[in-house]
Design a protein around this ligand. Structure first.
Ligand code: DAT
Length: 206
């Protein structure tokens, strides 16, 4: 499967189970039940450049959620384990990252921003938003970043084949996964308003 390439990612293990299977095994070990929380956790995912950071930060402000940018957290807390030549990115220290995230997500009220979603336990999130952008829009946004031609092509392919949407549908209950277009500022504002309203109306399961 094509992969979104950004500065950070969990690189598939050369040996041993793939990322999604590691997530399932971890989930089983930690217990599969949804944790009781008074506010929802939202995951904002999608190919690099679709507008995750912009949207998630605006949503956090509007809905009074905590914003958690996974790549930034990995950088600030040194949660890395070297550099991967093939994927041109830092390799995340998956176990430490997930342990730290667990602590921050347990009480709810967090919006998480990351360009992959299969590594997180399913029970962490109440809503999974997959942002999308049209090819020409995304291409323009990504060429203004200093990505290699290879990285640019990999991310374009990832978007064209809706890899993140498929990954989200395979990793989470289908009724909590929602794809939203993010080509224009108007669309972004509408998305923030829609998700913000959903957050406001959310009630914990009894
Ligand atoms: P990501 O976090 O998915 O990598 P970003 O939030 O950094 O993406 O956005 C990439 C660039 O595109 C940035 O310059 C802001 C701009 N942008 C994001 N969402 C947009 C939208 N809906 N309309 C117009 N520009 C947008």
């Amino acid at each position: 499967r094509a992969r979104a390439l950004c500065a950070w990612r969990v690189v598939p293990a050369r040996a041993g189970p793939p990322v999604w299977l590691r997530a399932r095994l971890r989930q089983r070990a930690m217990g599969g039940a949804a944790a009781p929380r008074s506010r929802p956790n939202v995951l904002v995912t999608g190919t690099p450049g679709v507008g995750k950071s912009t949207t998630a930060a605006a949503l956090a402000e509007q809905a009074a959620l905590e914003y958690l940018n996974v790549g930034q957290m990995a950088k600030e807390e040194g949660l890395h384990d070297g550099w991967d030549e093939e994927y041109e990115c830092h390799v995340l220290d998956e176990d430490r990252l997930l342990d730290e995230m667990e602590e921050r997500l347990v009480d709810g009220g967090v919006v998480v921003d990351y360009h992959s979603c299969e590594l997180f336990p399913e029970r962490w999130f109440d809503l999974v938003i997959v942002l999308t952008a049209e090819t020409n829009v995304l291409h323009e946004r990504l060429t203004s970043r200093n990505y290699s031609a290879k990285k640019l092509a990999a991310n374009m392919e990832c978007e064209i084949f809706r890899v993140l949407l498929e990954e989200a549908r395979e990793s989470y209950r289908e009724d909590i996964v929602q794809a939203l277009p993010s080509n224009t500022v108007e669309e972004m504002e509408a998305n923030v308003a829609t998700i913000g309203k959903w957050v406001e109306e959310w009630k914990p399961a009894r």
